[in-house]
Write a protein that binds this ligand. Sequence first.
Ligand SMILES: O=P(O)(O)OC[C@H]1O[C@](O)(COP(=O)(O)O)[C@@H](O)[C@@H]1O
Length: 321
Amino acid sequence: MTMSLDKKEDIQTLALDFLAVAQQAAIASYPWVGKGKKNEADGAGTEAMRIRMNTIGMDGTIVIGEGELDEAPMLYIGEKVGTGVGPAVDIAVDPVEGTTLMSKGQDNSLTVIAVAERGHLLHAPDMYMKKIAVGPKAKGRISIEAPLTENILAVADALGKDVSEVTVMIQDRTRHHDLIQQVFEVGAKVKLFSDGDVTGAIATGIDEIDVDLLVGTGGAPEGVIAAAALRSLGGDFQAQLVCQNDEEFNRCVTMGLSDPGKILRMDDLVKSDSCFFVAAGITDGILLNGVRKKEGGAMLTHSFITIGGKGNYFQFIETRH
Ligand SMILES: O=P(O)(O)OC[C@H]1O[C@](O)(COP(=O)(O)O)[C@@H](O)[C@@H]1O
């Protein structure tokens, strides 16, 4: 029998199962850290994720994964996962978010998974997306259509901070030159990063991390995953797909996005609070510690879980395997 993900206990149980999936994927990718082999790490994480996911009592469908069936043998878009008996859910995965970071042995690579009730996650094509993210305190105060300077002033006001104390996370890319200049002009601070904008988005929803706003253009699949994390954390995420040519425009239309240039609000990205997000660190980062190998072969993981509809609820979990 297939049931929907409407009961709090269902979400909680499933979220814990997926936490184990993320941990296993991070452990499987770990031997490839710093080896310069992106594909091998991604493959190892993907396989571990799929094996563990197929033991879960659910009727799962991958909606954001490793690509189309003809380009990805595992966790392809549309692949059915789970035992087939249990809640009907849509799943968005990125076994290694920050493949370049991981392959160079740099900080901030992690495994991320977002899950929502069937039909509640946007099926985003693999193209660019303009994004803005804030935590719960600044929810309702930002607009992706407003200039960044205005958003920074609104966030400062919402957080009760002086504008000089507002930290804006931006991916260090030439396409973001104008955004970086706007931060300097208004007197706020940038925190530039080389890769991994899911981490930056989540950081806005966690008080202990000094990040107030994430802006910029990055991957659309990562955008949907980050939106699920922010929805679970009670924050806000707004976006707009960036079609660079007719082919990308037509791809959006084929995937059911009749107006690809539309501003995507939280309800367009993640339709309800029946969702959760889990992550596990591969290398150390601002959000999570990486995998550690202990004496005797035990592995230590550091992971993160946030579940929708519970306010600003999240937990960091250290596990010995
Ligand atoms: O490298 P680009 O083209 O600027 O793309 C940005 C995207 O790449 C990432 O930095 C890393 O993505 P990968 O893990 O696929 O390498 C994302 O976090 C971000 O959304």
